[in-house]
Design a protein around this ligand. Structure first.
Ligand code: NAD
Length: 331
């Protein structure tokens, strides 16, 4: 049986990526929606054949508890709402997938993990790149030391952000491009090296647009210190275009020059270009998570990983604010 997913929040990502991907999945399907915008309902009903009984508002969302069609709730709301809707999802007895960043504080992540445990349900984070062949190849080459030890690792993700959206408001986003985009770079450096940083230094970039970036950083660079002395150089921006993950190893460089996109990824190794079949990252991700739930196992992108990453992001912000080296404690 395919597991039924209900998408909570029908914004850009849910409508542009997740719902279309759910037409291609084998272990799950789009069973329901939760929305605060009634005008979206007829469009979604028609497009995805969703019965009225599987359509909820934010007010009657908790009643999803009584709906056996819904096995998994997928929270695709602004970052500050992830914790509440995840916890309510567990209270309704469902499994939850929550978009990245998992939450805007580590304390919220803790509450979400506790709620999952109490409900005896699984929590996963919407980390699509853990299901992407190019990024998996970076992790494989790095952790197998295919080209020897990595001597330097770096990554960057940025683009021009349009003004006045929740992403530029601290209350909703929890921060700027680091919360939204830098999280991928932090992740990339960890899965490519197979290591967790023990300390970080960070610098806020110059604000050239004080109006747009009155609440959050416009850009940010940081340096992760790994246990073996390796330094990871990260950067993120809502103003500059960048999209790469680069490992400089003893016997050559392996890298992605389009690293975090939905498709069109590009990778190079000393042995030649990476070439992988075209896949739908979101379909792979949701199928992977659904299959782990069917097998009664945690997914490869559990809440604990989401929490770890929020902890790193908070350490980066602390280093940026204080100008000091901030150590990161292992849990
Ligand atoms: P969006 O602004 O397009 O959609 C947000 C949705 O939340 C909208 O439907 C909006 O109506 C709803 N919403 C409910 N209450 C709201 C409120 N008080 N303020 C603002 N919106 C409210 O955003 P998005 O791009 O779809 O992002 C949603 C989440 O998905 C974010 O956490 C983001 O980080 C994540 N995301 C992940 C990926 C990925 O590749 N994994 C890509 C894009 C977005």
């Amino acid at each position: 049986k395919k597991l039924g997913i209900a998408l909570v929040g029908l914004g850009g990502y849910a409508s542009g990526q997740l719902a279309p991907a759910l037409l291609q999945t084998s272990h799950c399907y789009l069973a329901g929606i939760v929305t605060g915008t009634p005008s979206k309902i007829p469009v979604w009903k028609a497009k995805y054949n969703i019965p009225d009984k599987n359509i909820y508002s934010y007010e009657n969302y908790d009643q999803i508890k009584n709906n056996p069609d819904i096995d998994i709730i997928y929270v695709v709301l602004p970052n500050n709402m992830h914790a509440e809707y995840t916890i309510r999802g567990f209270a309704a007895g469902k499994h939850v997938i929550c978009e990245k960043p998992m939450a805007i504080t580590v304390a919220d992540c803790d509450s979400m993990i506790s709620a999952a445990k109490k409900a005896n349900r699984f929590l996963s984070i919407g980390y699509r790149l853990h299901f992407d062949p190019y990024n998996l190849e970076m992790a494989r080459l790095g952790t197998a030391k295919k080209y020897g030890d990595i001597k330097k690792i770096s990554g960057g993700l940025g683009f021009k952000a349009t003004p006045h959206q929740w992403r530029l408001q601290k209350k909703y986003a929890g921060g700027g491009p680091l919360m939204d985009l830098g999280i991928y770079v932090s992740q990339g450096m960890c899965y490519t090296t197979g290591m967790e940083p023990i300390a970080v230094t960070a610098q806020e970039g110059k604000k050239t647009d004080l109006q747009r970036f009155s609440e959050v950083e416009q850009s940010l660079t940081w340096q992760f210190e790994f246990p073996n002395g390796l330094i990871g150089y990260g950067s993120t921006s809502y103003d500059d275009d960048m999209n790469f993950l680069k490992a400089e190893a003893e016997q050559g460089i392996f890298e992605l020059t389009a690293a975090y996109t939905y498709n069109g990824l590009k990778g190079y190794t000393p042995a030649g270009n990476m070439q992988f079949p075209l896949i739908n990252q979101q379909a792979q991700q949701m199928d992977g998570i659904a299959l782990s739930i069917k097998n009664n196992k945690p997914s490869i992108v559990p809440g604990e990983m989401g929490r770890r990453d929020v902890k790193y992001l908070q350490a980066i912000y602390e280093a940026m604010r204080t100008g000091k080296r901030v150590s990161i404690k292992a849990d």
